[in-house]
Write a protein that binds this ligand. Structure first.
Ligand code: TXA
Ligand code: MG
Length: 369
């Protein structure tokens, strides 16, 4: 059982001077930092999604994250830092390539898996010899880490298995009463979790696609291996866990799932056949009296007759589609939708991350026209 809290909700208004140096002294940031120092949990915005933070050097504090989320203990957390000096003691040593990536993409949505240093507590890494680290590009996150004066471990601030939060309100719905405080810094920009890259092997391996794309990483590193998406990902219960050891433990759990049944519709035969297949499915659901939703793009929104039609933005602007995806999944949950159909996207650039999240949210359900 997670402890009961009277969760504090603190808003950092957009109009305050939000340079990190100024924010560090903001009373809400100071109050949140004190909670972190007292081994408590605080949710805060990053540029990707909201994180649920605790002192990365304290097993007691980190344990509270797992309890609040209902997260499996074998799924390690990402440690967030405010500057590269904080790497001392966190990571053991790292290559020139790692340094190049940090200089190029930090602060930003890139998480690097590196050999672990001795300051990281064992619960953060779930006993692994490696640690995942990133420097978020969000002034509230950076100010909080600075004010707390410790690296902050933070998974996405949602109940395990649910869509990640892109607004403080999403965190509130999932975690109010289970965590000490929430810092509201408005809507997150990127909307999908960071790219995770493993640098502990001879060759770099992409563990989770994100808005920093494979193509961008390869510009710096040359060829990057992509961790095969295992079929077992979506069905942990029926999997022999001992035989199934993905490099990134998080990858074996079902994720991002809305309450209703989400079904992807393949783009394989083109846009028209994809949309036609969704229309047919909607007609059938309507006859059965089911409440339906469609996730589409601007050019498709007028085409559907469903209880809820959500456009994720222009089809060509995948960054916008990415930034709106979780908000859409939260919306269908709020509307109590039984059947959700999602249009799909080509899997290059950010499309790779969008499709990765959609597939996990759908638990493998795909209609091929
Ligand atoms: O954008 C993000 O990364 C957000 C914000 C809050 O920073 N955080 C986030 O954390 O998405 P989480 O816990 O939801 O996802 C962390 C992923 C999991 O798939 C986990 O298994 C993997 O990173 N991971 C963490 N430590 C690892 C390690 N040492 N080796 C391999 N994978 C690791
Ligand atoms: Mg997560």
């Amino acid at each position: 059982m997670a402890s009961q809290y009277t969760t504090q909700l603190w808003t950092i208004p957009a109009f305050v001077d939000n340079s990190v140096d100024n924010l560090v002294n903001h009373p809400h940031i100071q109050a949140a930092a004190q909670l972190i120092q007292k081994q408590e949990t605080v949710a805060f915005p990053t540029e990707t999604v909201y994180g649920l933070g605790a002192d990365a050097c304290s097993n007691e504090a980190v344990h509270k994250i797992f309890q609040a989320k209902g997260r499996p203990q074998d799924n390690p957390l990402i440690v967030h830092i405010a500057n590269q000096d904080m790497l001392a003691g966190l990571v053991d040593n790292f290559s020139d390539e790692a340094k190049q990536l940090m200089d190029r993409f930090w602060p930003g949505p890139l998480t690097l898996v590196l050999p672990k240093g001795n300051r990281v507590c064992s619960r953060v890494t779930a006993g692994l010899e490696s640690v995942a680290v990133r420097m978020p590009a969000h002034p509230v996150a950076l100010a909080l880490i600075k004010a707390a004066n410790t690296p902050i471990a933070a998974p996405s601030a949602n109940r395990s298995g649910k869509p990640s939060p892109t607004r403080a309100e999403h965190v509130w719905r999932d975690l109010a009463g289970r965590i000490a405080a929430i810092l509201d810094g408005g809507e997150t920009k990127v909307g999908l979790e960071s790219t995770v890259l493993d640098l502990t092997e001879d060759r770099p391996v992409l563990l989770r696609p994100g808005s920093i794309t494979l193509e961008q990483l390869e510009e710096v590193l040359g060829p990057v291996r992509v961790e095969a998406e295992l079929v077992a990902d979506d069905n942990p219960v029926e999997t022999d866990q001992s035989a199934f050891k993905p490099r990134s433990p998080g990858q074996k759990y079902r994720h991002y799932a809305p309450e209703g049944e989400l079904c992807l519709v393949s783009l394989e035969k083109g846009l028209e056949p994809m949309r036609q297949a969704i229309k047919l499915a909607l007609e059938k659901d309507r006859r059965e009296g089911l409440k339906t939703a469609v996730l589409t793009t601007d050019d498709g929104a007028a085409r559907y007759d469903a209880d809820l039609v959500i456009s994720l933005g222009p089809r060509q602007q995948l960054d916008q589609v990415a930034s709106r995806l979780y908000e859409a999944l939260h919306q269908v949950d709020q509307a109590g939708i039984a059947k959700i159909y999602a249009e799909t996207f080509p899997e290059n650039q950010v499309g790779k991350a969008i499709m990765n999240r959609l597939r996990k949210a759908a638990g493998g359900k795909v209609i091929i026209p």
